[in-house]
Design a protein around this ligand. Structure first.
Ligand code: PLP
Length: 433
């Protein structure tokens, strides 16, 4: 098997993008190629160029591109005229997904949730979660955290920290308090204790919250990791103060941290969980809000949408659960690869006096500035590696390789990253490839 990327030199020859696509576009600006095919860990461009994918659609392709098992399941379903779209009517595909979710994910973990199929993007799952929390508790305030990222629609955007994203709203983003995340003031300040103190003080000015909304690892916000102890403290605070605990597992879930849900390690049981990104496993849009059955106080159609549940995604999502999650082998593989990734990133960081971030297969290196991080990712792209940044200043070089990646390809991509670090951070040493 080949492990060497082969980037091509030229940008697309068409100016159709300049002419007709809004300049809101972003990834294609730093990766100006026209891709025609993608398989497993690889992207292919129109000139026969080959790129190793360490972005995985921002963790929406945890099982790689066009995984043969998922592709086969979808092709068979389409070939027999399986229902593609039926609003939220019952279909065999929906029943099969729910059965797989119940049998493979929920029951073995002792979790009891109902699945609410929202509109197909992550932000819609978050909207549903916070709407339900406000409805159930009769309270308005949602507590979110510094550097949190929850989506671009107004409710979810209000919970998002990033100023440039918030600036796009054009209206006030209300009814959310952004409290300091674990480690925000450094290792010596217990931000959970500070939150508890403020919520317990009737004169602190912090209203009783409907929900506490948290990512266990902040995917877009810089790969900050909440400790299991901090997560347990936050869960206890939510309970004590009558707020619902919502874990936004859209990026960190579906195996990215090594277990199906990212909160399993902490042993907490959120009231509501949001999933999207890698849920379909094929890059098909599909989002889910899981809620404790007692919270299911919606009236029918109250949170509506034309595309609630996606039958093609039901088929591929059920296939991911059966193929990857029915036994322990895949999780063990992911954990082992996460350790390879951790060790190699630690070595790179140490060589340049930098710090690593993240957990499982979502890890990166803080290079101190967005400019340096952009130079490193651009250098990687020139070598045929697709990789992106994260963080308040885009200062974290972030590895989101497919969870299924072969060890030799993981190492090949990390070799490229290592050369890019050497070239951009120690140019005088002349270590560039
Ligand atoms: C990507 C993401 C979202 C938003 O999902 P979209 O599908 O882009 O709307 C929400 N929360 C987290 C943690 C995410 O990473």
């Amino acid at each position: 098997m080949t492990t060497t990327p082969k980037p091509s030199a030229s940008a697309p020859e068409t100016d159709i993008y300049e002419r007709r696509e809004s300049i809101v576009r972003s990834y294609c600006v730093s990766m100006p190629r026209q891709f025609v095919r993608a398989s497993g860990e690889w992207f292919y461009d129109e000139n026969g160029g080959r790129y190793l994918d360490f972005l995985s659609g921002c963790s929406s392709l945890n099982y790689g591109h066009n995984h043969p098992v998922l592709k086969q399941a979808l092709m068979e379903y389409i070939a027999r005229d399986g229902v593609a779209h039926g609003l939220d009517m019952h279909t065999d595909a929906k029943a099969d997904f729910l059965s797989a979710l119940e049998g493979i994910i929920l029951r073995p973990r002792g979790l009891d949730y109902r699945a609410m199929f929202t509109g197909p993007t992550g932000t819609n799952a978050v909207e549903a979660a916070i709407k339900l929390a406000r409805k159930v508790t009769g309270r308005e305030l949602v507590i979110a955290f510094t550097n949190g990222f929850h989506g671009m629609t107004l409710g979810a955007l209000a919970c998002t920290g990033n100023a440039s994203k918030r600036g796009g709203a054009g209206v006030p983003l209300n009814h959310v308090a952004h409290e300091p995340y674990d480690g925000y003031f450094g290792p010596d300040v217990d931000t959970a204790a500070a939150l508890e103190q403020r919520l317990s003080d009737p004169s602190s000015g912090l209203d009783a919250p409907a929900a506490i909304l948290v990512e266990t690892v902040q995917g877009e916000g810089g790969l900050n990791v909440a400790s299991p102890e901090w997560l347990r403290a936050i869960a206890a605070i939510a309970k004590r103060h009558g707020a619902l605990l919502i874990v936004d597992d859209i990026q960190a879930g579906c195996g990215r941290t090594g277990t199906f849900f990212s909160f399993e390690e902490a042993g907490i049981e959120p009231d509501i969980v949001t999933l999207a990104k890698s849920l379909s496993g094929m890059g098909l849009p599909f989002a889910l809000t899981l809620l404790r059955p007692e919270l299911d106080l919606w009236s029918p159609g109250e949170h509506n949408g034309t595309f609630r549940g996606n039958n093609h995604a039901f088929v591929t999502a059920a296939a991911t659960l059966r193929h990857f999650w029915a036994g322990p082998a895949f999780q063990e593989d992911v954990r082992r690869r996460g350790e390879i990734l951790a060790a190699r990133l630690a070595r790179m960081a140490k060589a340049h006096g930098l710090a690593t971030r993240g957990r499982g297969m979502m890890r990166g290196i803080d290079v101190g500035s967005g400019e340096t991080a952009a130079a490193i990712t651009a250098n990687c792209f020139e070598q045929g590696l697709i990789i992106e940044t994260s963080g308040a200043h885009s200062e974290i070089v972030k590895v989101l390789a497919p969870l299924t990646i072969e060890d030799d390809l993981l190492n090949a991509g990390l070799d490229i990253l290592e050369r890019a670090f050497a070239a951009e951070l120690s140019p005088t040493l002349g270590v560039a490839a």
